[in-house]
Write a protein that binds this ligand. Structure first.
Ligand code: NAD
Length: 411
């Protein structure tokens, strides 16, 4: 990306606590940029509308000008948006991701010393989730057959699609369609492997439920291994290759091959069934580094892993299309309406999403300043209300005070 010294950054304030965390997060990022580059670089914030504020001003929840701004300036950031009830809109977030084809939802999961965690060794958590963002049941194709259509639909499945006539098919059933494509799987996994190689990370775990959903999640696994072995031949060693060697025993020692792959710096691409992953990531978080998975699995996994390091209040995220360069960084939590306007909201998720944005711009020094200052703030046990109750002898801070403390630590 060619980044000007003063990039225009479109931002959506968001609904609910979005209004509480936006300004504090911008103040922190501005302070870090100034500390790193003086007046030679600057983020130029440009508010664009979405959600309730947009609806009041334009009659649309996601106005065309907002989409146009993200396209024009490539990199933007957003607070949480309330999903409007009724009106045919499923979710503004899903609409934004689909309109800009932001096919990767990237969520790094790292623990800050001092933050309460339900697991015994949180310092061993260093995971990076690559969740496919445009397919799966999020395509929104769901329907009830209704009594009179049930038989027609059943006949169609049996006669046209080769589904077994033994199928149990009660009247008035409801259905959802789960599209998973080769292209969609490949571009996600390609991005995940590139990321692992660039950051020297040891493995990519493909998480799927292919033992049950053979033609969707099972195909994801096959396509992913095919891509890894053909496009990254000298850079990865796959679990599938390992199993092949195991089967051909006598010729080669599989365990040795795996050890050697690790020693030579190859990224190990492995796969795990979703339920086993959910357990293993809690018990042995060090087994997993980059995680590549489909949309719904990614949704569940993101919140579980976030809970291991302090919750969604401090977990950042980004939606990225690595081909067009479009990227929207976002708080991973929702609008938390019950605490909106009370000064209780934790701005860390949005601030850390801003850190990811600075890295994406290549402004690594500024990113490090924020990260170090946050580390320092948590180590001094200064926290907002979500963490205060769980953290002994911590100092309670409001949203703005917490941001001020980080800025002090930057300086
Ligand atoms: P939520 O994330 O808003 O709240 C879940 C819980 O976490 C609540 O107890 C809340 O008080 C707490 N919480 C969340 N963020 C916090 C923060 N930064 N600091 C302190 N506490 C925090 O989830 P929800 O209640 O399921 O959803 C509320 C609304 O947000 C819905 O309209 C939903 O559609 C929307 N939503 C938006 C996004 C997004 O924009 N990316 C994501 C999830 C939900």
């Amino acid at each position: 990306l060619k980044i000007p010294n003063q990039p225009i950054i479109p931002f959506i304030v968001g609904d609910g606590i979005g209004r509480d965390i936006s300004k504090p997060a911008q103040r922190v990022l501005d302070a870090a940029v100034e500390k790193a580059y003086g007046s030679s670089r600057k983020l130029v914030w440009k508010e664009v509308l979405a959600g309730e504020k947009a609806f009041k001003a334009t009659g649309q929840h996601l106005p065309d000008e907002t989409i146009a701004s993200f396209k024009e300036y490539l990199v933007g950031i957003k607070g949480p948006l309330e999903t409007p009830v009724g009106g045919g809109i499923r979710s503004l977030n899903v609409a934004l991701r689909q309109t800009l084809d932001l096919y990767v939802c990237l969520r790094p999961v790292r623990w800050f010393k001092g933050v309460p965690s339900p697991i015994r060794y949180p310092s061993m958590v260093d995971m990076h989730i690559f969740r496919e963002n445009t397919e799966d049941i999020y395509a929104g194709i769901e329907f009830m057959t209704g009594e009179e259509n049930t038989t027609r639909f059943r006949d169609f499945l049996v006669q046209e699609m080769g589904v077994s006539s033994e199928i149990r098919f009660p009247e008035s059933s409801s259905f959802g369609v789960k599209p998973i494509s080769k292209e969609g799987s490949e571009r996600l996994v390609r991005a995940a492997i590139h990321y692992a190689i660039k950051r020297n990370l040891p493995s990519v775990t493909l998480v799927h439920k292919g033992n049950i959903m053979k033609f969707t999640e099972g195909a994801f696994k096959t396509w992913s291994y095919d891509l890894a072995e053909s496009e990254f031949t000298n850079q990865v060693f796959t679990w599938r290759q390992y199993q092949q060697i195991e089967q051909d025993k006598g010729q080669l020692d599989a365990q040795k091959a795996l050890e050697e792959a690790k020693k030579s710096g190859k990224v190990v691409v492995q796969d795990v069934i979703t339920d086993a992953f959910l357990q293993d990531s809690l018990l042995h978080p060090f087994n997993h580094s980059v995680i590549a998975t489909m949309n719904l699995n990614g949704d569940y996994i993101s919140d579980q892993l976030a809970a291991m390091v302090g919750g969604i209040g401090i977990s950042p995220g980004a939606n990225i299309n690595y081909q067009s360069g479009y990227a929207i960084f976002e708080a991973t939590h929702g609008t938390a309406p019950t605490i909106a306007g009370t000064g209780k909201a934790n701005p860390s998720s949005l601030i850390l999403s801003g850190v990811m944005m600075l890295e994406y711009l290549g402004w690594d020094e500024a990113a490090e300043h924020v990260f170090d200052a946050m580390e320092h703030t948590f180590a001094k046990r200064r926290v907002t209300s979500d963490l205060h109750a769980m953290m002994e002898s911590s100092t309670l801070m409001s949203t703005a005070e917490f941001a001020d403390e980080i800025i002090r630590n930057i300086h």
